[in-house]
Design a protein around this ligand. Structure first.
Ligand code: SF4
Length: 241
């Protein structure tokens, strides 16, 4: 089984992320999710009938020397589960990569699919879960089973200064991953809120944003200005003058 988007670089971080990605792609720990992903990949959406869906767990994607790590929810059934790359192939990805490019953090404004040559600069994208869940709702036990991958990615990313949680599940997953790494709880416990920045005892920040799902962006819960300002804040926090 090959990793769809091999990380670029060398050194310990690169090697550790590569090993995690290979294990993610082979993982079968959640039978309900694996069944769902394969069913979606076989039936397909009408618009994508000619495409071959990825259908496997989706590994993290990005720069092993990232200063900014993005933590999302889980692959979309016809997005990442189709293309094999985090936040790629649906509207949330359109929002994300356009903004990363605007900030100079992505080589292009559009992410098409794994292997399209897109490069991230200083950013790594991951998620609480790696398999598309029915109704976009992973079960708590499924998130628990997937957490070791997030823990290992966070350990491998040694240069991270800002963790940007895209949605409350990403926020909670990051805090749970800290706990799994043996770190003391942050006190008072950081409460999720769009634009909230929480200073971490180990250094750096946890920053929150609403998830750029169509449900949020089409209803005005998350506007383009709100989205832009959260990335402006990430750049400010991660690169203090
Ligand atoms: S959600 Fe995570 S733990 Fe569960 S099968 Fe997918 S990759 Fe494995």
């Amino acid at each position: 089984m090959t990793v769809p988007d091999p990380h670029v670089g060398r050194g310990k971080s690169f090697t550790a992320l590569r090993v995690v990605a290979e294990e993610v792609v082979r993982c079968r720990r959640c039978p309900r999710l694996r069944r769902h992903c394969l069913e979606v990949a076989a039936v397909k959406r009408a618009a994508y009938q000619e495409e071959t869906y990825w259908g496997l767990p989706v590994p993290g994607f990005g720069d092993p020397r990232a200063w900014l790590v993005l933590i999302g929810l889980a692959p979309g059934a016809h997005g990442s589960n189709r293309t094999g790359r985090m936040f790629t192939g649906d509207r949330s990805g359109d929002w994300l990569y356009a903004e990363l490019h605007r900030q100079g953090l992505a080589s292009r404004a559009v992410s098409e699919r794994a292997g399209d040559g897109l490069r991230l600069n200083g950013v790594f994208i991951t998620a609480a879960g790696r398999c598309a869940p029915p109704g976009n709702k992973p079960l708590p036990a499924e998130l628990d089973r997937c957490r070791p991958f997030l823990v290992r990615e966070l350990e491998a990313l040694r240069d991270v200064r800002v963790r940007l949680a895209l949605g409350k599940i990403g926020h909670d997953a990051f805090l749970a991953a800290r706990r799994a790494r043996g770190m003391a709880d942050v006190k008072p416990r950081p409460r999720f809120g769009h634009g909230a920045a929480h200073e971490l005892p180990e250094g750096g920040w946890l920053l929150d944003s609403y998830h750029p799902s169509q449900q949020n962006t089409s209803t005005g819960v998350l506007t383009a200005a709100m989205w832009r300002s959260v990335f402006d804040a990430a750049v400010r926090l991660g690169n203090p003058v």
